[in-house]
Structure formats: C-alpha cells, structure tokens
Design a protein around this ligand. Structure first.
Ligand code: XBP
Ligand code: MG
Length: 225
C-alpha cells in the first residue's frame, strides 16, 4: 500500500447538511421558490454533483434546465458553502485526522477523489486542519476535472494518474454507494464508512465496511502499509 485516496463529502466530514443549506440559500437569493427538505435532498443525492442535482430538480418539476441559470446558481451555492465551512461549524469525522497523520508518518501518499469542487475541499481542510489542501494532499481529483462524475471511475483514475500509482497500490475511502461503485470500477480496494446521509444505502461489494475511520491497525490495514 503506497497511498490512501479519500472522498470528501460524507467521508472526511458530514458536509451534506451544509451543502443542503447552501443550495436553499442560493435558491432563495435568486428569488426561486425551491426549498429542498432533508428527505427531498436524500433522494436527490443519488445524483452526484451540485449542478447535475439542480438540473435533475428542474427536470422533475417539468422544466428545462437550459431555461435556468444553473451554473450561476451553483456558483452562488459554492460561495455560501465555503463561507459556512470557514466559520468552523463542521468537524472532520472521528478518526480522520489521526488516520491522515498516521499515513503521513508511515510515508504513504494522500489524495482526494471528490465530486465537489477544489475550493470546497480547500475551505474544509483549512477550517479543520489549519493547513492548505495542497499541504495535506499530494494529489487532488475533482468532479469537474473529468468527463463523468461518480459512479463513473474517472475521478479515481485521475487521482491515480496524479499520484503516478497503480490501483493495486492504493486504498479508497468512501461513504456512499456511488462512491463505492466509482472506486471499485477503478480497481481500488475500498473501505466504506457510511455517513448520516448515506447510512440507508447498499454497500455490497465494499472490501471493508466500518462505522468510522481510525488507525490502520484498527482497520486491519497496518500490515499492508
Ligand atoms: C458528494 C456530492 C456533491 C455534493 C455537492 O458526492 O454529490 O455533489 O453534494 O457538491 P461524493 P457540489 O461525496 O460521492 O463525491 O455542489 O460542489 O458539486
Ligand atoms: Mg461522499
């Protein structure tokens, strides 16, 4: 094992509640009568990517996404999200900071494979670890950098290319079914730690299913490190 590759939303931190608030704030600021409930958001979450999620909502309401400023709405949402995250209201999930530190101490590389945008990851890492994303992670692969978002393997393949490593040298950490499918399709050993918004999903096919992350020894991965 030479590197650990992490999903962000739901895996590093329980961020989806903040994403939901940010979507609704952006809709209200634009004068749109959309306000997603948590139950509605749980359903929409099966579509990865904020822009794609907004477009799905419009289509389900019988509209055409081309008639709405989806990209501008999403930019407003990202601004709200990074502002909220910067206030420090979201912590890393239990075990995450220790796992990152242990991996570093063992000389493993660290990477990100996320659907969300790098500025959101930067805000989270800055607010929780007090360092820049580029100081903590050797490689960052994000949804808008690739042709197809999770469950497609593209973002994991990009992370592997940026790490210059083969899939068999890396372990992926995910919280969702779409993330699991993406990591497995890229050929990665995949550890799933379900989050508040994904706990109901089907994780068949996961190499390891754990309630939370922690030391490599507790995950049974120390021997490979
Ligand atoms: C998480 C997502 C993201 C966030 C919103 O997926 O689907 O879309 O909800 O992010 P994963 P953006 O954790 O599997 O990567 O609005 O910035 O796209
Ligand atoms: Mg996730």
């Amino acid at each position: 094992m030479k590197a650990l590759i992490f999903d962000v939303d739901g895996t590093l931190a329980e961020t989806e509640g903040v994403h939901l608030e940010a979507f609704n704030a952006a809709f209200a600021a634009a004068g749109l009568p959309w306000a997603w409930s948590e139950a509605e958001y749980l359903r929409l979450l099966t579509t990865t990517g904020g822009k794609e999620r907004i477009a799905r909502h419009i289509r389900e309401a019988g509209g055409d996404p081309a008639d709405f400023p989806v990209a501008a709405l999403h930019r407003a949402k990202t601004l709200r999200y990074t502002e909220r995250i910067a206030t420090g209201g979201v912590a890393l999930r239990p075990g995450v900071a220790d796992l990152l530190a242990e991996a570093r101490a063992r000389g493993l590389k660290l990477a990100i494979a996320t659907t969300t945008s790098p500025e959101n990851v930067e805000a989270l890492i800055r607010a929780t670890l007090g360092r820049g994303m580029g100081e903590v992670f050797d490689a960052v692969a994000a949804g808008d950098m690739v042709a197809a978002k999770k469950p497609a393997p593209d973002v994991y393949r990009l992370a592997l290319r940026r790490l210059d490593l083969a899939a068999e040298d890396c372990v992926a950490f995910e919280d969702s079914r779409n993330g699991l499918l993406a990591a497995k399709a890229a050929g990665l050993f995949t550890v799933v730690s379900p989050s508040r918004f994904t706990a109901h999903e089907d994780f068949a096919g996961a190499d390891l299913l754990v309630p939370e992350l922690g030391p490599l020894a507790a995950l049974g991965l120390a021997a490979a490190a």
